[in-house]
Design a protein around this ligand. Structure first.
Ligand code: NAG
Ligand code: NAG
Length: 456
């Protein structure tokens, strides 16, 4: 049974070692089925080959007492296993043993049926097996249904996760799909194997199944992993670093989800690197990674990806006449008379002239002891990439024409570092142009983020 899991996983790893593109099956799920299912079935049959061939060689299967013991042993074993599963499942979570229970019931009935027909017909006839399989149709269909749902859900989710660093991240999605395919095969077919194995467990059939899988693995590089319905997910952020009413820097930050990295995207969309001013044949070593805090406005979504690059926009950005940047205003500081180090700081956030603010995020680092949010209680501080512990607060849903007022309390004279990130839906013309360069197989989400930092 373990082979049914191990072999597809092994094939996934071997396939990816020379490859530059992972997840070829993402837009073509049948590719994953072709690649991972046959080899998984083969994995279940392999341990039976020697037994089955010996039985065949010994002449008439009917006469073999060995065969009978082997056969009935594994079938009653399956009933026992599922009954046990039902008992344990029900005990742990009520209602959870349903699945095993159905299997156990049907196996029990199927075994009696098989015994009856075996008494009537020749023991090894295909009819026996067909009737046996037919009597198990209900649990097989239920298992297949559950398995395929699980498989589909995971397949879709694979396009959104990529927080495992290279080079392991490259393999993870394929390994998960391979293992899931193996799991579905085991779930739906394992009780059939003790009976079916007698006919199927020949080296020729196993070889055929393995060849099918190898065929799947070898054609998969011909397929592009994404299309409009299974898109590559990309985040594009116009990042403005600001101080007061000045823009210190305006950059584009790009992050991608899943196993195929940003270099993969740039290779397939040449207009984007060109727009960003990169020479053809540029080296990725010269491209800088986004500094920490870049994706603060969407934290903790930023934990879903590891890789993010920054591209400087080149031309200087000048504020329009009526444009005002979001910033923090220090209103007043109240000191404690008994303990002069203790202070309460009253602050306001002015959203400037932004209209479509999705969220504003505060990141407070330092001797914070209380704040006016969440019943004046501090949450457990967050530690990002080994940085100092900091408190993150997300503000959203308020009218941006009004200032947001709050206070912070500190108990030492050391200042608090307050970082503000405001994410706005509105894009400037340059960013909109860049956004439209991405093809239809890319689902690109774009926004403008204003970052500023204060010591108070
Ligand atoms: C919050 O600020 C600290 C200190 O500057 C930094 O290490 C951390 O990465 C920031 N958190 C986020 C989510 O950006
Ligand atoms: C400030 O508050 C923190 C957290 O409550 C505490 O660990 C620390 O000892 C306090 N420092 C002073 C100087 O009171």
């Amino acid at each position: 049974m373990a082979l049914a899991l191990v072999l597809p996983v092994l094939l996934a790893v071997i396939r990816l070692l020379p490859a530059t593109t992972a997840m070829s099956w993402f837009a073509h799920p049948w590719l994953a089925v072709l690649t991972y299912v046959p080899i998984s079935v083969a994995g279940m049959l392999i341990p039976r080959i020697s037994v089955a061939e010996k039985l065949m060689a010994s002449g008439s299967i009917d006469a073999s007492g060995n065969m009978k013991r082997f056969d009935w042993g594994s079938r009653w074993g399956a009933v026992a296993m599922y009954s046990f599963g039902a008992a344990v499942g029900t005990h742990l979570i009520p209602g959870n043993g349903f699945f095993s229970f159905i299997w156990a019931c049907f196996l029990l009935a199927a075994n009696s049926l098989l015994k009856t027909i075996q008494a009537k017909f020749r023991r090894s006839s295909l009819l026996n097996f067909s009737l046996y399989a037919l009597s198990l149709a209900v649990p097989i269909l239920i298992s297949l249904y559950v398995g395929v749902m699980l498989w589909q859900t995971l397949q879709e989710k694979m396009g959104m996760a990529g927080s495992i660093p290279h080079p392991f991240g490259f393999f993870v999605a394929d390994i998960i799909m391979a293992a899931t395919s193996g799991y579905v095969v085991i779930l739906a077919l394992s009780p059939l194997i003790p009976v079916a194995g007698i006919w199927l467990a020949s080296s020729r059939i196993v070889l055929f199944l393995v060849s099918l899988s190898i065929l799947g693995a070898s054609v998969s590089p011909q397929f592009f992993p994404y299309n409009t319905y299974a898109p590559k997910r990309i985040l594009l952020q116009r990042t403005f670093s600001t101080q007061g009413q000045r823009i210190l820097g305006a950059d584009y930050d790009l992050a991608v989800f899943d196993a195929n990295s940003l270099p993969f995207v740039f290779k397939n969309v040449e207009a984007v690197p060109k727009f960003l001013g990169l020479e053809p044949g540029f080296s990725w070593k010269t491209v800088s990674k986004s500094p920490s805090g870049t994706w603060m406005a969407i934290y903790p979504i930023s934990r879903l990806f590891v890789e993010s690059y920054r591209f400087s926009a080149g031309n200087k950005v000048v504020l329009k006449d009526d444009q005002r940047l979001p910033h923090i205003i220090l209103q007043n500081v109240k000191e404690d008379i008994l303990n002069p180090d203790r202070k309460r700081i009253y602050v306001e956030i002015d959203m400037g002239s932004l209209h479509e603010v999705w969220a504003s995020v505060l990141n407070i680092t330092g001797p914070l002891t209380s704040w006016s949010f969440s019943d004046e209680r501090l949450p457990v501080p967050e530690v990002v990439n080994g940085g100092p512990p900091s408190y993150i607060c997300r503000l959203s849903g308020k009218d941006t024409s009004e200032n947001w007022k709050f206070w912070l309390e500190a108990n030492t004279s050391k200042p608090l570092q307050v970082d503000l990130a405001v994410l706005d839906h509105e894009l400037d013309d340059d960013t909109r142009t860049l956004l439209h360069l991405f093809p239809s197989w890319a689902a690109t989400i774009a926004g403008s983020t204003y970052l500023s930092s204060y010591l108070i």
